[in-house]
Structure formats: C-alpha cells, structure tokens
Design a protein around this ligand. Structure first.
Ligand code: GLY
Length: 369
C-alpha cells in the first residue's frame, strides 16, 4: 500500500510518499526531480551499513556517491556539518542537483541545513529511517545543528523537494528507538485528533509489534496533521507551536540529562505530554481523567511516563523550571506552554502559574504525580 500526503506550500509544495519498498523503488521516485542522473547521499554509519546498498540498487542507473557520518546526536554540530558541506562541494554539487538525507532526525536536520546554505540553497530529498523522523523531523523544513549553547540553535527553514517514508525501514529499529518515535506519534492525537488517539489506544500494541498496516496508518495520519499545520504556519508564527506539545518539559529534561542515552528525545516528549496534561488538569482546563488516560496508554506500551522513570540524578523542581525558562518558545521573557482542554484540544499559552508548575514538578520528582 502506498499513499501520498502533499505539503501545500505554494512554490515550495512537495509530496511525502508513505509505504513499503520506496527505497528499493528510488529510481522511479527520484528520477523525475533530476536534471542529471546523479545524487549525493549523506547518511550515518549505522544506516549506511544496513540500508545503503538497497538505496544504491534502487537508484539503478542514477549515479550515487555517499558520505557516512558517525551515528548519534553528537554528529549534529559544527565539525560534522563542516565535513558534510566540504564533501558536497568536493562532489561539485550544483544548485539544481539533489542531495539525499538518508537517516534519522540528526542526519535529516544536518543535511537539510547543509543543503539550505550550500550555494545559497540546493534541493534535497529526505529519506527518513526512524519513526521519529518519518512522522516529524523530515516534514516541514526545520533544519539545523546544535551548538554549545543548546539544541537546534543554528538552522534554517528549508523545505525538502520530496520525502520518502519507507515503512519497511522501521523493521530494523531497536524497540527502544521505535517507542521513542512513538512519543511523537501519540503527540498528534493528543494535540489535535481525539479519534486518532482512540485508534492508537486500540492499535499501538500491534503497531509496536510490527503490524505494517497499523504503522502505515499511524505514519500517514501523523504526516497529514503535520502537513496541514505546516501549510498554515510554515515559520511558526502561531499554530505550528502546537507541534511542541510536551516539548517544554522534554527540552528541560534532555538538557538535565546531557542529551544522553538516559533520555531519548521521543521519550522526553512522552513524559512531557503526560506532564502537560497533568498541568492542564491542575489548572482546571481538562478533567483529571485525561492525564490518567494519557499515562495509562503510554504505560501499556512500556514507555517512560514519569520523571522518575529517568535513571540517575535530576535537578530539583526550581532547577527544572529554570531550564524551561531557557526554552526557544520563551517570548518577551515569558515561558510558553502547550496545554489542553481535553484530548485532541491543545492550545498555546503563557498563562501558567509558576507555583502550580513547581508543585507539579516537586511531586513528579518525588514520584507522587
Ligand atoms: N518538530 C516540530 C516542528 O517541526 O515544528
């Protein structure tokens, strides 16, 4: 089964194709975009070792040169970015050529940013290989790298020309990585589609166990929602911030854990979504049943749900609030949160009582929320 979701951005509109066998079918998918039969692929060493030969075979008569960067979040900084840009220049990539980002969120963001600045912008195709990248980071044109000051602080909006979300690639993901990506899937139901959340409650176990039809539906619905929000608000002047449900908490927890294996991004999103719903309930915005339902669903999948599920020491509540106040969404010195009036009904607000927030975090750190 294959589906196409169009990201309607006028002159920068593009397709997200979803299905199995898309990498093996790369020639048919990509050839219509090419002026000359040549692509430059940037991947990471893990994805390269597992999938690069399938891509090479799929490209057929299209010449492919490739660079494999080290796998992991630490690649997403200046040194590997420079290496990538220099490689693309050595390969004499021209403005009308296509660069392929073949990997998870780190590769998609870094290569997308390299494409954004190379010769003031070359076209690129995203072939996301993780669930997180398929449902979130490969769609919408946010590209960038981390610096010593924080995550994604240097970057550009640069839309891809095509996204190939090959569901079959998810079969090689480790269960922990798959579930971390699921944190971003559940976010879509929670932020704007209660029917999708109902569906996930029933079907996520099958999805986690490898059911392709369930995976296809979940990726398609997530991409549809993201495409619709991005088309409305490409550069995050308003509604696009809804995609950050759970992220204010997540970013603080990621920073507190040093962006390490202690907490993967999607795990932090899941914990953050549970906290955002708990905060919403305590502020009287939604019923107490909503956060309980969110937590029950995440727990049923064996996901991290509570701050106490993160191994090792963490800052106290005041320390976490301080980390939150460094979030990119801070506006005029005020923290902004995505809260909810119910499942599927989120909104952006700066109207959060710091005392309620601190009590919530105190209790969460003590294992009482
Ligand atoms: N990952 C959030 C966004 O693309 O806006």
């Amino acid at each position: 089964m294959r589906d196409t979701v169009r990201v309607e951005l006028g002159a920068r509109a593009y397709d997200v194709r979803i299905g199995t066998g898309l990498v093996a079918d790369a020639h048919a998918q990509i050839a219509p975009l090419l002026r000359r039969p040549r692509v430059v692929v940037v991947t990471d060493e893990t994805v390269g070792a597992t999938h690069l030969e399938t891509l090479r075979a799929g490209l057929g008569a299209i010449e492919m040169v490739s660079l494999a960067l080290p796998a992991g979040e630490s690649t997403k900084g200046w040194p590997q970015f420079e290496r990538c840009v220099e490689f693309l220049l050595e390969q004499k990539v021209e403005r009308k050529d296509i660069v392929i980002a073949f990997g998870g969120g780190v590769i998609g963001d870094l290569v997308g940013f390299a494409a954004a600045v190379l010769r003031r912008g070359v076209r690129f195709v995203q072939i996301p290989t993780t669930l997180l990248a398929q449902v979130d980071s490969s769609v919408g044109g946010k590209t960038g790298i981390n610096t010593a000051q924080g995550k994604n602080l240097v970057g550009a909006f640069h839309q891809p020309s095509l996204v190939l979300a090959d569901i079959g690639l998810l079969e090689t993901l480790k269960p922990r990585d798959f579930l971390a990506g699921y944190g971003e899937v559940v976010k879509y139901g929670l932020l704007g589609d209660a029917v999708f959340f109902d569906w996930l409650e029933k079907n996520a176990p099958a999805m986690a166990a490898g059911d392709l039809a369930a995976r296809h539906h979940a990726v398609k619905r997530s991409v549809e929602m993201k495409a619709e929000i991005v088309a409305r608000d490409e550069t995050e002047e308003g509604d696009r911030a809804l995609l950050n449900l759970g992220h204010t908490f997540c970013h603080a927890l990621e920073k507190a854990t040093g962006y390490s294996d202690r907490l993967l991004h999607g795990e932090g999103v899941a914990i953050g979504c549970a906290l955002a719903f708990e905060l919403s309930a305590r502020m009287g915005l939604c019923s107490q049943e909503d956060p309980s339902r969110v937590r029950a669903h995440l727990k049923a999948l064996g996901m991290k749900v509570d701050i106490r599920d993160i191994a090792g020491d963490l800052p106290d509540a005041e320390g976490l609030v301080e980390l939150m106040s460094q979030d990119k969404k801070v506006l005029d010195g005020r923290m902004r949160f995505i809260l909810a009036r119910g499942i599927g009904q989120s909104f952006v607000t700066s109207d959060v009582d710091r005392a309620v927030l601190k009590t919530l975090l105190d209790e969460a750190l003590a294992g009482r929320s």
